[in-house]
Ligand binder design. Structure first.
Ligand SMILES: C[S@@+](CC[C@H](N)C(=O)[O-])C[C@H]1O[C@@H](n2cnc3c(N)ncnc32)[C@H](O)[C@@H]1O
Length: 186
């Protein structure tokens, strides 16, 4: 069943809600990413920009690509990050099965989005072609009863696309798993 992300003004109440840290354990996820000030990160399925906004505070000389396929989200992101203080945040309107990752990206971060991607095989194959061997791909999504795509299924799918698993964290967040992988040399 499809879900609409066409109303960012309404969805921001959930995505950017005050209790987000509580249910998401955002600080744990950010620590886990081990960002450096120079990291170039692609926030795929950025939504209203909750994570992009946090990344923008952590990255000095780094860069954020805030990527989404929903036109209304893209407009919302452009507006949210229009101020000069967000000059290192770049907005990209991607395609459903193509994340459109720029060539300088060090980390592809996909939070609460993987389960909504219908053609995940094509999406992952495109992503694999677009990243460098050392680029990390980090998937964060629901585990347990909320999981449309189970953590093990996600693991299997990224491996099938050719990615090497670096870390599979099933316990650090109350409701989410964090799967970290990379293209690797082989
Ligand atoms: C539940 S929201 C998550 C937003 C944000 N990552 C967060 O955690 O707050 C899912 C977002 O993914 C986007 N999305 C869904 N399928 C996508 C795809 N195939 N490519 C890019 N974005 C997608 C939706 O438009 C929506 O903005």
């Amino acid at each position: 069943m499809g879900i609409s992300f066409a109303n960012p003004e309404k969805l921001t109440e959930i995505f950017d809600g005050e209790n987000r840290e509580e249910w998401q354990k955002t600080s744990y996820i950010i620590n886990k990413l081990e960002l450096t000030p120079n990291t170039v990160i692609a926030d795929v399925g950025a939504g209203t920009g909750y994570f992009s906004n946090i990344f923008s505070q952590h990255l000095g000389n780094g860069k954020i690509y805030s990527i989404d396929c929903e036109p209304n989200m893209v407009s919302y992101l452009k507006n949210r990050f229009s101020d000069d203080s967000f000059s290192h945040v770049n907005i990209i309107h991607s395609l459903f099965a193509d994340p459109c990752i720029p060539s300088d990206v060090d980390m592809v971060f996909v939070a609460n989005t993987y389960r909504f991607i219908t053609d995940r095989c094509t999406f992952l194959n495109n992503l694999f072609q677009q990243v460098k061997t050392q680029t990390r791909l980090v998937l964060v999504d629901f585990k347990g009863s909320h999981a449309r795509v189970s953590p093990n299924k996600a693991l299997e799918e990224v491996q099938q696309a050719g990615f090497e698993i670096l870390n599979f964290d099933l316990t650090g967040c109350p409701d989410h798993y964090i799967l970290t992988c990379q293209k690797g040399d082989s």
